[in-house]
Write a protein that binds this ligand. Sequence first.
Ligand code: UD1
Length: 367
Amino acid sequence: MKILNIVGARPNFMKMAPIVDALNRYPERFEHRLVHTGQHYDARMSQSFFDDLGMPRPDVDLGVGSDSHARQTARIMVEFEQVCEREQPDLVIVVGDVNSTVACALTAKKLGIDVAHVEAGLRSRDMEMPEEINRLCTDVICDYLFTTDPIADRNLRAEGVAEDKIHYVGNVMIDSLLKHREMASRLDMPGKLGVAPGEYATVTLHRPSNVDDPRTLEGILSALADIATELPLIFPIHPRTRKMAEQFGLADRFNEGGPARGLWITPPMGYLEFLNLNMQARMVLTDSGGLQEETTVLGVPCITMRENTERPITCEIGTNVLVGKDPDKILAAARAVLAGDTRPGKTPEKWDGAAAERIVQVLMDAQ
Ligand code: UD1
């Protein structure tokens, strides 16, 4: 079976790495190539993850870069169509919910190529979220829907997806986390940054709904500044967030100097560095999707600054709480964690490091 594996943006890399590993275990069954759309291109948003995850360099780089949604998606489709015509794959594997995911799924399907979506069935029910549109459009055309939890299975069934397309395999992002946990634990990021283990929190923030509106961004930054008076906050800042903060005249809310002076921003971190930091954090404040899952497995309290989540299982059984973007609620949630109001959380079934192997087994059974 000839497969094209697609990556494009930062959260794709740690999902694809275990799939590439698993396919490599069966060289007689699979021939595969890695295609990078180039949606993310900064060294710290892309290249460093290949190094950290031990993933081979992409065989093809479409080099599309940043643009409006329509232009970025269209450019990926135009470029990827040529790759499909040249490579003639039997299957295209897409992961997650970024523009690269839907662009490549749509291109392949229209050429009559089977498509597998890894992390299918997640739903936030929030159509203002570009990722929700990407998830819905991708799932509806895919041939293999690999899911992370039973809630995703139920979502797909409710949408009328045929039972034989749905495969509950677990969480490939957690495959990567479990594989690299020990390697990450050998780093000493708190020591390097001058904070004590367990005596700091990490922050990530990049969703358009949080960072593209000046008042919302200002409110969140003021809540974070308040928390930072009680606990050092380390905030590896996404390029989009930095750009918007500068545009809105809010860049003076950050400091780049160190932990003692409020909201401390750093450049985006590598996978192992950030994992090391999160493993030892008192809490994580985020609007990311993947971090809600990673903190659940690490048993670290997660405060999600969003009104909804496509990953409700992390709230139902994990360590995640949804607080929205109201500054008072963010502050109250952080204070509750500081006061010891936390729960240990449980890891969902099949988040055990073997999700990619299950995917490959399904593909072999189908051959
Ligand atoms: C994308 C995904 C989002 C994911 C996030 C992870 C979509 C619709 N969104 O959002 O789901 O959670 O990646 O990071 O696909 N930029 C750089 N360097 C880069 C990449 C981006 O400077 O390497 C800046 C550019 O100013 C760009 C902006 O970030 O315009 C947004 O990048 P884009 O890829 O459009 O979306 P993200 O916000 O990164």
